[in-house]
Design a protein around this ligand. Structure first.
Ligand SMILES: C[S@@+](CC[C@H](N)C(=O)[O-])C[C@H]1O[C@@H](n2cnc3c(N)ncnc32)[C@H](O)[C@@H]1O
Length: 320
């Protein structure tokens, strides 16, 4: 999996708040490098196990703090950096010194990282009914009603841990009654297509613009017998697709959802529902506005951490 480190240069007093902001945005781990921690260390004492090293010999920050959040995906970075930057600057209005408030992102270029995350990826009960289990784990469902999805996300987005994925899994659980036709746009690891099939959807078609994601989805579909008839292809949004389905699900950046809205409207049956996420706080109003302008009726909106999930439907003949 491609990890990204988002580093915030801030003040010592804002370390806790910045860690919270990063975690809220979806960071799976946070590293703190704070000059104040070194100020509390003293050299020259002898303990039972020998001399304590002189803190001056340890490379460390001389002032302020750096807080780094580790994100297991790149898909949302174009929105994360400006959002986190604005949130850190805003700490001043809560009486906290944001310090330099510089935010930067860089890929984690360490081979060990490619697999080390697997150690921390364990079965995850996403909803009462749905549990994601890493392919390499043995797992016994706690209840008969529990549906188990096996995943090896590989290089694709979609371990089920990100709030946007969870919002869409919950939305699918809410709308699927059985037998619905569905298109999954931006399938990533295939997690939402597998979820839909496990919940009883009928024909499911999954697309992603990224070849690597499509390969990863193919592998995951094969791990889940219930999803063996999902059709999979490389495609950008719904370009060139002209069909009529009951449900369309898409967890992508808000900027990418906007051009998808008219395509989703065209490809849904009257009364069909569009389930969408990947919408960070600042972009929720824009997506709602575009949906309504297109003619969609918004059924519900849910929020997890900084992220929104929306369910909207195309009007039926009676509603038009
Ligand atoms: C945030 S991930 C979502 C993965 C998975 N559906 C989930 O919910 O966890 C977004 C996915 O959309 C894909 N994507 C981005 N732009 C796209 C486009 N124009 N058409 C289709 N897929 C796209 C990315 O490659 C990525 O796999």
């Amino acid at each position: 999996m491609d990890w990204t480190a988002v580093k915030v240069i801030t003040s010592s007093e804002a370390v806790e708040a910045v860690s919270y902001l990063l975690t809220n945005a979806g960071a799976q781990g946070v590293q703190i490098d704070d000059a104040a921690d070194f100020a509390n260390l003293h050299a020259g004492r002898y303990g039972k196990h020998g001399k304590i090293i002189d803190p001056a010999d340890i490379p460390h920050r001389k002032q302020g703090a750096a807080v780094t959040g580790y994100f297991p995906e790149k898909s949302f970075l174009p929105e994360l950096v400006p959002t986190i930057s604005a949130q850190v600057t805003k700490l001043a209005s809560y009486g906290l010194d944001p310090g330099a408030a510089q935010v930067s992102a860089a890929g984690v270029d360490d081979e060990k990282w490619a697999t080390v995350w697997q150690k921390y990826y364990h079965p995850l009960r996403v909803t009462n009914e749905l549990t994601i289990v890493p392919e390499w784990e043995d797992y016994t469902p706690a209840q008969d009603s529990e549906k188990v999805l096996y995943l090896d996300p590989g290089m694709a987005f979609g371990t089920g841990t990100h709030p946007t994925t969870r919002l869409m899994m919950e939305a699918l659980e809410k709308v699927i009654r059985g037998g619905e036709s569905l298109i999954d746009v931006g399938t990533g690891s295939g997690v939402l297509s597998i979820t839909a099939k496990a919940l009883g959807a009928g024909q499911v078609t999954a697309y992603d613009v990224d070849q690597v994601a499509v390969r990863s989805a193919k592998k995951n579909l094969a791990l889940n017998p219930v999803a063996k008839d999902v059709k999979l292809g490389v495609n950008s949004l719904l370009d060139g697709i002209h069909t009529q389905v009951d449900l369309i699900v898409a967890n992508i950046l808000a900027e990418i959802i906007v051009p998808l809205i008219p395509q989703a409207f065209e490809n849904l049956k009257p009364g069909g529902q569009f389930l969408t996420s990947g919408i960070i706080d600042d972009k929720a109003a824009l997506v709602r506005e575009k949906l309504t302008a297109q003619g969609f009726i918004i059924d519900s909106e849910t929020k997890m951490k900084d992220w929104h999930g929306i369910i909207a439907h195309k009007p039926t003949a009676e509603e038009e």
